[in-house]
Design a protein around this ligand. Structure first.
Ligand code: GRF
Length: 192
């Protein structure tokens, strides 16, 4: 079973999944491997990390396409070259068209840095702080056509501390992302 991971930047969640695949021997135990990492940004740092690990990478630069449909069609071609059992969005900062999402129905997941259904969209940590939340966190969910609203697979909660900034809260949440995302991928692979 091939896993294709989509990134737009650092790729710390991608790296956590790659490490788990290695440490937990997914190829032998789950018959699964990270087959490719694809980014919409040529400068995504995560591409280097994947290359150094010997994982195939490609770039589908959204700036090179007129319109969302054209980009999504090119992205789908790049992904399907690896015949994925599972597509993992990891810090992938593009809204995908319903047709694209439909094509991967039941086998595409995302990680969102809030306790959905609270705070879909952007700037989640600042919004949680501004709302006076005492807890914040992260959600792993199936991707559906409605942004940040698919069936929830896993969540982790962290305290919001006095004096937290969006950066300090983001760092606290990110540490938990790196634990629950690999776990969610492994358990979903067992079902696919
Ligand atoms: C993280 O906050 C994650 O929740 C969101 O994108 C941010 C960066 O993720 N999806 P990564 O370090 O690129 O994996």
């Amino acid at each position: 079973k091939n896993i294709v991971i989509l990134i737009s930047g650092t790729g710390s969640n991608m790296a956590a999944i790659m490490r788990a695949a290695e440490r937990e021997r997914w190829p032998e135990r789950l018959g699964a491997r990270v087959a490719a990492v694809i980014s919409n940004r040529p400068d995504a740092q995560g591409l280097q990390v994947a290359n150094e690990a010997g994982i195939a990478t490609s770039v589908v630069d959204h700036k090179a396409y007129e319109g969302r449909e054209a980009f999504d069609a090119a992205l789908r071609t790049a992904i399907d070259a690896h015949a994925p059992a599972l597509v993992v969005l990891a810090g992938f900062m593009r809204i995908l068209t319903p047709a694209f999402v439909e094509h991967y129905a039941g086998r595409m997941i995302n990680i969102h840095p809030s306790l959905l259904p609270a705070f879909p969209g952007l700037h989640t940590h600042q919004r949680a702080i501004d709302a006076g939340c005492r807890v914040a966190g992260v959600t792993v969910h199936m991707v559906t056509a409605e942004l940040d609203h698919g069936p929830i697979l896993a969540q982790a909660a962290v305290p919001v501390l006095d004096g937290d900034t969006s950066d300090t809260l983001a760092a606290r949440v990110l540490a938990h992302e790196h634990v629950i995302y690999p776990r969610a991928v492994a358990s979903l692979l067992k079902k696919l």
